[in-house]
Ligand binder design. Structure first.
Ligand SMILES: Nc1ncnc2c1ncn2[C@@H]1O[C@H](COP(=O)(O)OP(=O)(O)OP(=O)(O)O)[C@@H](O)[C@H]1O
Ligand SMILES: [Mg+2]
Length: 259
């Protein structure tokens, strides 16, 4: 399954990606995390790595030569890409968890991020997963990636929704765009929820918009504290709550509870 984690800026996409990735590993799934956010660079630390992978954008010689280089012989010019064929320096591995990054905007005036959208789309399209392998994509904030067609080969979209109404509105837009391009499963997960009352209100808002909610992660002070160091806590409320969420996602997607 290729699942893309989307939502408004700061809603907790990277946090949910890290929680899901760790829980999927604990269930013996092989996990490939794809960092498709061209702005933020801290995901590697949240996943327990000490440094980021070399972005795949380097494999094609940088943004400028992307179009020509995609066609030149490299793993990216293959029609299918198995995780095992991604060259070592582009794929970090630790405790069975793998991480690749598409690319980051590093300089002012270097141009827009469209080539990274193209690379994300092509990489995800060609990525061929084994039955016990999950790809979890940390998407850039907002909806621009839909305009670039990054989700065309994604089978599940998980929308992270936090309490402000604006986050619900962005969630609805993502839901409509994902459903519109035929993504099979589109779900929402509530995040940073401060109380049962707010959880119920958020669920009602989403149900009225015909968006299925697969879980709820309460505001977790351990997560917030750890984010000061850019890390994720190994245990705590959210680590327990994500177990039910992943179980529900796997069951909805028709996958076994463990890999
Ligand atoms: N359940 C939670 N409880 C407490 N804090 C949380 C929770 N989820 C996320 N956070 C905090 O919210 C902040 C934003 O989270 P995160 O970086 O995961 O969001 P994001 O959607 O990936 O942001 P961006 O759009 O910038 O990529 C971080 O400080 C994180 O620790
Ligand atoms: Mg993020």
């Amino acid at each position: 399954m290729k699942i893309s984690v989307c939502g408004k800026g700061g809603s907790g996409k990277s946090t949910i990606v890290a929680l899901l990735a760790n829980e999927a590993r604990a269930r013996d799934y092989r996990v490939l995390v794809v960092d498709s956010d061209e702005s933020n660079s801290g995901l590697f630390r949240m996943l327990g790595f000490d440094y980021p992978p070399v972005p795949l954008m380097e494999l094609v010689g940088g943004k400028k030569s992307l179009q020509q280089k995609m066609a030149q012989p490299s793993v990216l010019s293959e029609t299918q890409i198995a995780t095992a064929h991604i060259p070592e320096q582009y794929l970090l591995q630790k405790n069975g968890l793998k991480l690749v990054a598409i690319g980051k905007i590093l300089q002012s005036l270097e141009g827009c991020a469209c080539p990274m959208g193209v690379l994300s789309r092509e990489f995800l399209k060609k990525l061929a997963l084994e039955a016990d392998e999950l790809a979890i994509v940390d998407m850039e904030a907002g909806v621009e990636h839909f305009g670039r067609g990054v989700e065309t080969s994604i089978d599940s979209v998980l929308i992270v929704v936090e309490p402000p109404l604006e986050s619900v509105n962005v969630g609805q837009k993502i839901h409509d765009l994902a459903s519109g391009i035929g993504v099979k499963n589109v779900w929402a997960i509530l995040n940073k929820v401060p109380s049962d009352e707010i959880a119920t209100r958020l669920k009602t808002e989403l149900q009225e918009r015909h968006i299925e909610v697969v879980g709820c992660i309460y505001f977790d002070a351990d997560i917030f504290r750890s984010s000061l160091e850019g890390r994720m806590p190994a245990k705590g409320v959210a680590v327990r709550e994500i177990k039910d969420v992943l179980e529900r996602i796997l069951s909805r997607a028709g996958l076994p509870a463990s890999g």
